[in-house]
Design a protein around this ligand. Structure first.
Ligand SMILES: C[S@@+](CC[C@H](N)C(=O)[O-])C[C@H]1O[C@@H](n2cnc3c(N)ncnc32)[C@H](O)[C@@H]1O
Length: 306
């Protein structure tokens, strides 16, 4: 199938036979080595922009339908699908959303696509923190799409969240998500660098959670193109050893935390030992642990203040 600009004026519906032709064209766009995963993505893509079910797309049972509604003109769908393979734009940016924990989050190229590891980070937070500390002020430093702040606000109904990001564009996306889940009264957004915009909370914070940029600068050029070319470098670049933000957060956190307050930080695989050493060297924490992710990779720093 040729994609032409005349399609742009088409109404948002398509015959079943035409969609079947489009499906075959879309499959041809997928590189040979990625056919299986690519077809799964194609299914997700069409589910998002049509009223078809997964079974319809497995059996292609829509073929006899005279008219199927689409949420976007076919030309726009074709354009986005080509971007997926020619530019390696991540599927979530093409859909405009990511599914994370029990949330459907708006995502744009201004925010990192929230990852499954970060879903687990919240599980660790929920496991470590006793009920009496599941209240008060908690911080999500480097909030991006607002995923962590939203996840925690929904887990613990008594907390007040402060979501901080240096990127105004990221915070704008976080605000859309916060509004969508009607949590604007419990999640407060602050623009600025790490603790800077929340200086008045010094000594009053029950816990801090962060998934900071942690990739060593030199490694960024070796990341898969979806990440390297499309996700914001502000969200990725952790400086020469990847630990610049981790170091800053671990060292500055005790001044903000209440006694027995908590710090949780997501790390890159292989950073556990160094992160533990940085935290221990402060002398400010009574316990420091490195917890694994589901693949048994050391992934999360957990520290509790004296
Ligand atoms: C790895 S992303 C995490 C996003 C989100 N928390 C998540 O887990 O999906 C790191 C975030 O930190 C933000 N960031 C980077 N440097 C920052 C700084 N100096 N102060 C505050 N936020 C910063 C980035 O804009 C980005 O949104």
């Amino acid at each position: 199938m040729r994609v032409s600009s005349e399609n742009k004026s088409q109404s948002c519906s398509i015959s079943g036979e035409h969609l079947w032709e489009w499906w075959q064209w879309a499959c041809q766009c997928i590189p040979e080595t990625e056919k299986a995963a690519g077809r799964a993505e194609l299914k997700t893509f069409l589910l998002a922009f049509s009223e078809l079910t997964p079974l319809d797309l497995t059996l292609h049972s829509y073929r006899s339908q005279p008219s199927l509604p689409l949420r976007l003109p076919l030309a726009e769908l074709s354009y986005r699908w080509q971007q997926r393979w020619q530019q390696r734009v991540p599927l979530q940016y093409l859909l405009g959303c990511a599914y994370w924990r029990d949330l459907e989050l708006t995502v744009t190229p201004s925010v990192l696509i929230p990852r499954p590891e970060t879903e687990e980070l919240l599980e660790w937070v929920d496991r470590w923190v006793p009920v009496h500390q599941q209240q008060g002020h908690w911080l999500d430093l480097g909030t991006g799409s607002g995923a962590i702040a939203l996840g925690l606000a929904r887990l613990w109904p008594q907390v007040q969240l402060h979501a901080v990001d240096r990127s105004a564009a990221a915070l704008a996306v976080a605000k859309i998500n916060i509004q969508r889940y009607r949590l604007g009264d419990r999640i407060h957004c602050h623009q600025g660098s790490w603790f800077e915009p929340i200086a008045p909370l010094k000594g009053q914070v029950q816990g801090i959670i962060s998934n900071p940029p942690y990739i060593p600068t030199a490694m960024i050029a070796r990341l898969q193109p979806e990440v390297q070319y499309h996700e914001p470098h502000l969200a990725l670049d952790g400086g020469s050893d990847g630990l610049a933000a981790v170091r800053l957060l671990v060292q500055a956190a005790p001044a903000y935390l209440l006694p027995q307050g908590w710090l949780f930080i997501e790390l890159m695989a292989g950073q556990g030992k160094s992160a533990r050493a940085i935290a221990t060297a402060t002398g400010a924490y009574q316990q420091v642990h490195i917890c694994p992710d589901i693949n048994r990779v050391d992934r999360f720093l957990v520290a509790q203040c004296h």
